[in-house]
Ligand binder design. Structure first.
Ligand code: PLP
Length: 257
């Protein structure tokens, strides 16, 4: 069985973060392992508090996993601070993992900063160059590039700029676009549009986490970057179609096993 590691934050309502990642791994038939970077007190209404883990225990969690077993792919989600980014980057350098998917988690849909503003540079310079693919949504791609992104042409330009920063490939996700939910994949050679009409639901909590974990799962199973993204797009589309009316706010996407 393929073995996948997620390095991310915990979401107490179970829709995003580590919990979404492990549910995705399970649904896609891979064994899930996890390094927790932070604990959020969160529900479908919002994020109410966060406690970051110490850098030391984050490093030890990473070392424990890699010291014991092969890891077929790694997904990195909420990293919260410069100190945590430094800890992850220095530990991963030691183990040189393959198939690294970086979801540059910045702000929750409810508006909570899950990455400190002063840590964006560290994410760009220390984690991005270690990744095989990065998965920004439009606001995150704007933050990474300094661009104002409106349509598909802007998404393509942003994708080029992001690959120039040292990552092998990028998928700029169109879910925040005013048009539809078309994503743009770019690997330095080829652009691929992943068209998708908007699905009419308010329950989209955990979409980013689920999408990046699905990409990691397919990479771990041996697919190419492009095929992993194509398959993950189908997975997230089905997950949004099967989202759950749980709680008083934005319900989670649903994982079909
Ligand atoms: N909580 C954690 C731990 C996350 O990693 C994320 C997103 O990556 C969120 C919350 C936000 O999820 P959403 O914006 O889908 O509600």
């Amino acid at each position: 069985m393929r073995k996948l590691l997620t390095i991310a934050g915990s979401d107490s309502i179970g829709g995003a973060g580590i919990e979404a990642d492990l549910k995705t791994f399970c649904a896609l038939g891979v064994y899930g392992m996890c390094v927790i970077t932070a604990v959020t007190a969160q529900n479908t209404v919002g994020v109410f508090d966060v406690r970051e883990m110490d850098a030391d225990i984050i490093k030890k969690q990473i070392d424990c996993v890699f010291d014991d077993t092969e890891v077929d792919a790694v997904k990195i989600g909420m990293v919260s601070s410069q100190e945590i980014i430094d800890a992850i980057a220095s530990s991963l350098k030691r183990w040189n993992p393959k198939n690294v998917v970086l979801d540059p988690v910045m702000i929750s849909k409810s508006g909570y900063y899950l990455l400190k503003k002063d840590a964006i540079d560290a994410l760009k310079t220390k984690l991005l160059p270690m990744a095989d693919i990065i998965t920004p949504n439009i606001p995150e791609a704007c933050e990474l590039t300094g661009m104002n992104i409106e349509g598909i042409e802007d998404m393509k330009e942003a994708a080029k700029k992001i690959v120039d920063m040292g990552v092998k490939a990028v998928v700029v996700k169109g879910g925040h676009s005013v048009e539809n939910a078309t994503d743009v994949f770019y690997d330095g050679n080829e652009f691929l549009s992943l068209p998708q009409e908007r699905i009419d639901t308010k329950n989209t909590h955990g979409t980013g986490c689920t999408y990046s974990s699905a990409i990691a799962s397919y990479l771990g199973r041996g697919l190419s970057l492009k095929d992993a993204v194509i398959n993950a797009k189908s997975y997230i589309t089905e997950a949004i179609k099967n989202s759950l009316e749980i709680g008083k706010g934005v319900g989670p996407v649903g994982h079909l096993v």
